[in-house]
Design a protein around this ligand. Structure first.
Ligand code: GDP
Ligand code: MG
Length: 721
């Protein structure tokens, strides 16, 4: 077996190369944090070669969790060879990591990726000169366009088989080099000989993680401190920056000899010109809002504009309203099936699963548009724009990346929070990522936007912005508490140049998200449709347990009514109260369950007319505009599904924090939904002034106070010189 690791900066194309090599489709993205765990795969035509995709790193000094994963793999698992992927449009920065990787003495091949872009920029990279200067094989590739991949992997396999250790670059001045030699003498009994160079540099840089990990004898530690202090004094600089600047000096020389840029330093590229408008201080946010409204109009707006809604209307009215029911009706009738089994299949399964699947067209269109925005490079700009806005409130743009990922599914979104170094900011991001409407919440939005609001795209888009607003509001409030106070992490991200979206990327990311939705409809949703049908079809009548005619008298209705009072202040009243309550609770299993449950419950209750009259009309009749909106808000913001709660538990790695996060989301959702219903109701005349109005006003006042109060300020550390 040969193990080959892919190492490189975030966004250099590691996952794209991994997919090309292994023939799999791991998620690629335009921002750091898409790959937070390592992924293994076999080479397409040679199963004895194992390729390892690693999270992106800028250096071998890890700051965040996913960087630790990458470093630990490289240092502890000793791959047989490393393919170091270098973004050819950004060589200088990328070679910084290369110079560190070379100190591991592991056979190394450098892949200069994005050859297509390099050509487009009219840059010229002299591969032979670069290879000679680095002392390793260099191959120019395009992972996306599948150029030169075969030659790259052949060279990597050969390097692994030859076991020819890579020699580090000659970077350091004599005094630093001899200091490093002295350190090597002190640590050589503690560390693996192969990594002597690497560890010596780490000790010289005073890397805390390493010194904790290796626990040297105290006198060695003291000696190292002396050696380092000596050099620092002489250079009048901190040891880490001494190393960094020497690395950049060497890299600068190498790049100077082998790379010529096609564009003059200050010339604006096509992307720069677009960015002048799109990331403009004043225009950026309105442009983003406008784009999102257009996206939601096309995905979920009225049928005049929306392909998504056309598809969903057809799926609801025709496919699951006529074709599928008629088909099964025919089969069941000819088999002579009637009564309970007939109702189970027609009302329970087709009613429930069909209700969810009906929204697939809207979801696919939405995902398609989001994928295009992602792949062409616009979403990376949005992260950059959001960083500017977030930073004003003490939040980091790094928190926005998980939110973007969460538009597909909250689980990877929550995992993406690993890119955030500070524990407090990471926790805060984990707590709030679930506010973003994921794919599974889309049917809720589609249902109510359609049934109650005439497919007003602003209602659908508002779900997205309520999610973001919930994150920002929570962020501001939490940041003012002592536990979360502190400077936001710096956010560094290269903006990839705009390009036409790649059809494969867009298709795969759309399909992957859509398919996981459809798959759940066939499994979890199917099973719960059956269970729900039973629970709502049986009850106690005159003391005996039997099938009920009207599901308002069912066991499920009794259970729902027993807790529905909790939601009374949110406007969930009358016959819909128990149904809304049950739907919310089943939503914890998976968010599609909300619509599934309403599908089953209303299917049974309504006298479904001959032509399969839309059950959503029945739902629409039961909810007022405000109670529908409060229901939507509560279900979008409250505790996420179990899978996402599990992800929260894993990332928090702490029961109390997990409980706190989930409780926070529930309380926040409740408060906002209540304020919207109670205060909104005063305006529409739907509620009359009463005790809940007072509570809602007090809550609103409290939120405003928490937002604007002077928060906790970290005492400034007194600098000792
Ligand atoms: P990773 O973070 O290193 O795993 O990078 P990804 O594989 O996720 O790729 C980052 C972005 O660069 C994606 O949008 C890719 O489509 C794009 N990309 C990767 N390789 C190439 C390439 O050879 N040419 C071009 N033009 N884009 C590429
Ligand atoms: Mg990746």
């Amino acid at each position: 077996m040969i193990h080959i690791a892919l190492a490189g900066n975030p966004n250099s194309g590691k996952t794209t190369l991994f997919n090309a090599l292994t023939g799999t489709y791991q998620k690629v993205g335009n921002w750091p944090g898409v790959t937070v765990e390592k992924k293994e795969g076999h080479l397409k035509n040679n199963s004895s070669v194992i390729i390892q995709d690693l999270p992106g790193i800028y250096s071998l000094s890890p700051y965040s969790l996913e960087e630790v994963v990458a470093r630990n793999y490289l240092v502890n698992d000793k791959p047989d060879a490393i393919i170091n992927i270098v973004d050819g449009t950004n060589i200088e920065r990328n070679l910084y990591l290369t110079s560190q990787l070379m100190e591991l003495h592991i056979p190394l091949v450098v892949a200069i990726n994005m050859a297509d872009l390099v050509r487009k920029n009219n840059d010229n990279i002299d591969i032979d000169a670069l290879s000679k200067a680095l002392g390793v094989e260099v191959v120019e590739i395009s992972a996306l366009k599948n150029e030169n991949i075969d030659s790259l992997i052949a060279k990597a396999i050969k390097a692994a088989e030859d076991k020819k250790a890579t020699a580090p670059l000659n970077i350091f001045t004599d005094d630093v080099a001899s200091a490093l030699d002295e350190i090597k003498g002190l640590i050589k009994d503690t560390v693996d000989g192969q990594y002597l160079d690497y560890y010596a540099v780490k000790f010289f840089e005073k890397d805390e993680k390493i010194s904790k990990e290796l626990k040297l004898k105290t006198d060695s530690e003291v000696k190292i401190q002396e050696i380092v202090a000596n050099v620092e004094n002489k250079h009048d600089d901190d040891s880490e920056s001494i190393i960094t600047s020497m690395r950049y000096k060497t890299i600068g020389e190498i790049v100077g000899q082998s790379v010529t840029k096609g564009r003059k330093k200050h010339e604006l590229s096509f992307s720069d010109k677009i960015d002048k408008i799109v990331t403009n201080r004043i225009l950026a946010l309105p442009i983003f809002v406008l784009i999102m409204i257009v996206v939601y109009t096309i995905a979920m707006g009225s049928t005049d504009f929306s392909i998504g809604t056309m598809g969903t209307d057809w799926a609801n009215d025709v496919l699951f309203g006529e074709i599928v029911p008629n088909f099964f009706d025919g089969i069941l009738t000819s088999l002579g099936v009637s009564g309970a089994l007939y109702s189970l299949i027609m009302d329970g399964i087709i009613g429930g699963v069909g209700a969810v699947l009906g929204f697939v067209p809207q979801i696919l269109v939405l995902f398609l548009l989001l994928s295009i925005m992602e792949d062409c490079g616009y979403m990376a700009r949005v992260a950059f724009i959001m960083d500017r806005i977030f930073r004003r409130f003490g939040l980091s743009g790094k928190s926005f990346i998980p939110l973007l990922v969460a538009t597909g599914c909250g689980v990877p979104g929550i995992m993406a929070s690993r890119t955030i170094e500070q524990d407090r900011d990471r926790k805060m991001t984990i707590m709030t990522t679930g506010f973003i409407p994921c794919g599974a919440k889309m049917p809720i939005i589609g249902l109510f936007a359609g049934a109650v609001f005439g497919n007003n795209p602003l209602v659908a888009a508002s779900a997205f912005f309520i999610g973001i607003a919930a994150v920002v509001v929570s962020g501001i409030i939490l940041k003012k508490t002592k536990r979360f106070a502190g400077e936001p992490a710096p956010f560094v991200m290269e903006l990839p140049p705009y390009h036409l979206p790649s059809i494969t990327n867009v298709w795969h990311s759309t399909w992957e998200r859509g398919w996981s939705f459809i798959r759940r409809a066939g499994t979890v949703i199917l099973i719960s449709s059956i269970i729900l049908w039973f629970l709502q079809g049986f009850g106690f009548v005159d003391g005996s347990f039997q099938m009920v005619e009207d599901n308002n008298t069912s066991l499920l209705a009794a259970l729902g009514n027993a807790i529905a009072w909790i939601f009374y202040p949110l406007g969930w009243v009358g016959e819909m109260a128990w149904k809304a309550t049950v739907a919310t609770i089943t939503g914890l299993i998976a968010k599609e369950e909300v619509v599934n449950t309403l599908g089953v419950l209303y299917h049974y209750a309504g006298e479904i007319s001959e032509n399969g009259e839309e059950i959503w009309t029945l739902v629409g009749n039961d909810f007022t505009a405000l109670s529908a909106y409060s229901f939507m808000i509560f279900n979008l913001l409250c505790a996420p599904c179990f899978a996402a709660m599990g992800a929260i538990k894993r990332e928090m790695n702490n029961g109390k924090w997990t409980a706190f996060a989930i409780a926070y989301m529930c309380v926040f959702a409740y408060v906002i939904a209540m304020i919207v219903y109670q205060i909104g109701g005063l305006f529409t005349g739907e509620v009359s002034f009463g005790v809940f109005s007072v509570i809602a006003i007090v809550l609103l006042g409290t939120i405003i106070y928490l937002l604007f109060r002077k928060g906790y300020n970290e005492p400034k550390e007194v600098l000792k010189k």
